[in-house]
Ligand binder design. Structure first.
Ligand code: SF4
Ligand code: SF4
Length: 278
């Protein structure tokens, strides 16, 4: 099983387009799972026609302090990297919006004064688009600040019987992006041939490079003037693996929620080359 993450330094560069084209094309030969990790704003489902076969609320751990057992030793406060706990003389304050549910506090409490609470953070949905396409996405609840627990949950729900898993990563180069691309075999960095595109590509590449994952660049909305990206590609030794031409008709269909795998006939072979080269 191969895992490919599709990432970009900012939203709107065509990450979803590439993830969907890759999924639809790859499914002609392989069993594929598409995982939309952009949990703040998932949108792959808009382009796929199926209905969810399952939907579940996702809850994460939070510490519930039992003040009757607590000795106010501050061990939980000291172990918490995120300053979520403040131990006073006769109370323990908890700041849930800072909590990365690591359970460190639960493990160090010498009095067994911390119980496991569960806080709902969003929903996860399962789809079966066709015999060869599984699809999952998750969406954060309104007001929820942290995407990582949902991405973690999505990554716990990978199918065993697929040949290829495609992660549509959240935009940017932040914790959610790292969580989405981490443990992939390959990262496709989607960009556009503009100074903004280059700026964000550099940031995304710096993260992927640090993670030590091989990567290639896809130039989206290419109109032949892409020297700004190809220069960077040569300088950093990252191959440009695909160019998707600019097309008003493709953009019009996209705006109506339609994506056609065979719209650009030339890219099918290149996409199979990418998959088979990993
Ligand atoms: S570690 Fe346990 S006993 Fe110590 S302050 Fe925290 S909750 Fe109370
Ligand atoms: S679960 Fe982790 S982050 Fe949350 S309060 Fe406990 S130690 Fe802090």
């Amino acid at each position: 099983m191969k895992k490919i993450a599709v990432a970009s330094g900012k939203g709107g560069t065509g990450k979803t387009t590439v993830s969907l084209l890759l999924t639809l094309i790859a499914s002609k030969k392989y069993k594929v799972q598409l995982v939309d990790c952009d949990v703040e704003n998932p949108n792959c489902h808009i382009f796929l026609g199926s209905f969810p076969i399952k939907k579940e609320k996702i809850g994460v751990f939070y510490p519930v302090i039992n003040l009757e057992k607590c000795s106010f030793c501050k061990k939980c406060q000291e172990v918490c990297e995120y300053n979520c706990l403040l131990v006073l003389d006769d109370n323990v304050l908890f700041f849930p919006e800072l909590c990365h549910p690591c359970k460190g506090c639960l493990f160090v409490c010498p009095e067994g004064a911390i119980d496991e609470g569960k806080r709902e953070v969003g929903d996860i949905c399962w789809f079966r688009e066709s015999d060869n396409i599984y699809f999952n996405y998750a969406v954060m609840d309104v007001g929820e600040a942290r995407a990582n627990p949902l991405i973690e949950e999505l990554k716990k729900n990978l199918e065993n019987d697929v040949d290829l898993i495609i992660f549509d990563s959240p935009p940017g180069a932040n914790c959610p992006m790292v969580q989405a691309v981490n443990d992939s075999d390959y990262v496709i960095l989607v960009t556009e041939p503009t100074p903004f595109g280059l700026y964000d590509l550099k940031i995304a590449w710096s993260v992927v490079n640090k993670l030590g994952i091989p990567a290639g660049i896809v130039i989206n909305r290419d109109e032949g003037e892409d020297k700004i990206i190809t220069d960077f590609s040569s300088q950093e030794n990252i191959p440009v693996i695909l160019k998707i031409p600019f097309s008003l008709e493709f953009a019009r269909l996209y705006s109506e929620g339609v994506i056609k795998a065979d719209f650009f006939p030339d890219i099918e072979e290149k996409m199979f080359n990418i998959i088979e080269s990993i």
